[in-house]
Design a protein around this ligand. Sequence first.
Ligand code: GSH
Length: 288
Amino acid sequence: SRRIINEDDHTGLKLRLYQYQSCPFCCKIRALLDYYGFSYDIVEVNPVSKKELSGTNGYKKVPVLRLHDSTYLMESSLIMSQLATFLQNEKRSIEEIIDMYPAIDSFDENGKAIKKHPNKYFTMLEKNLSPAELAKQREEREWREWVDEHFIHLISPNVYRSMEESLETFKSFEVAGEWERIFSHIERIFAVALGATVMYFIGKRLKKKHNIVDERQSLHDACEKWMDALGSRKFMGGDQPNLADLALYGAMNSFVGCRAFKEVIAKERISTWYMRVKESVENSEGRQ
Ligand code: GSH
């Protein structure tokens, strides 16, 4: 595992992130942790065996964030809300914060039993907010949901668009995810070829499922939509990034090395906003 150390982190949470380096949901969490200046360990999960996730009671997705050696947090947007709420409520322990996000039993679109967290996009403050502050919070929630429910769905159809792009993407995963630590040489060749082929077909299926006609155009449109909503503000959060800024920035980081990023994002006006968030995150400007 790797360790990110931030001298100003006095929370004592002992965070450990189980992740895939290039997973958009994991990139969202790293954006949040870095922005707020948390110290944390990173454990790269073996995508085949997932043996690192043995402590999570059967949950086999990443990201998982472990704290205090024994408590596991799941679901990227929920984790972001929990940590942001923790930082804003100095008097409450992390356990009390976790209890503010009850799960209800539900079913996913395939009829599989899942847990849902109805307030996963909410950050909780113990003071009364003005109508203007409430409107800002609502905007933040809506854009966070848009990142999860719209923007992230555009990534696979774009980065696995052709067999050639799919292979390029997997080769970038091999480097970014330091697969030489996880797989042998021969396994790596196999994982890249197999992964690229499988994801090429999955990308096509997802494209259909989410009614995407032209994936590059949709990516362009999404960037325009975000920038129109941003208007003259530096960040969606105003002078500082909020959780919507961090979520979109993180999601974009997941494919920063891919052709789709270079062909679309890098050429859009959103790239100035992206660079602004990058600087703010890399300097941990939200540290307490
Ligand atoms: N809603 C979850 C979240 O926001 O954390 C989604 C997490 C997710 O789907 N992660 C993917 C995963 O672990 C990786 S991008 N899929 C299961 C697998 O790889 O087997």
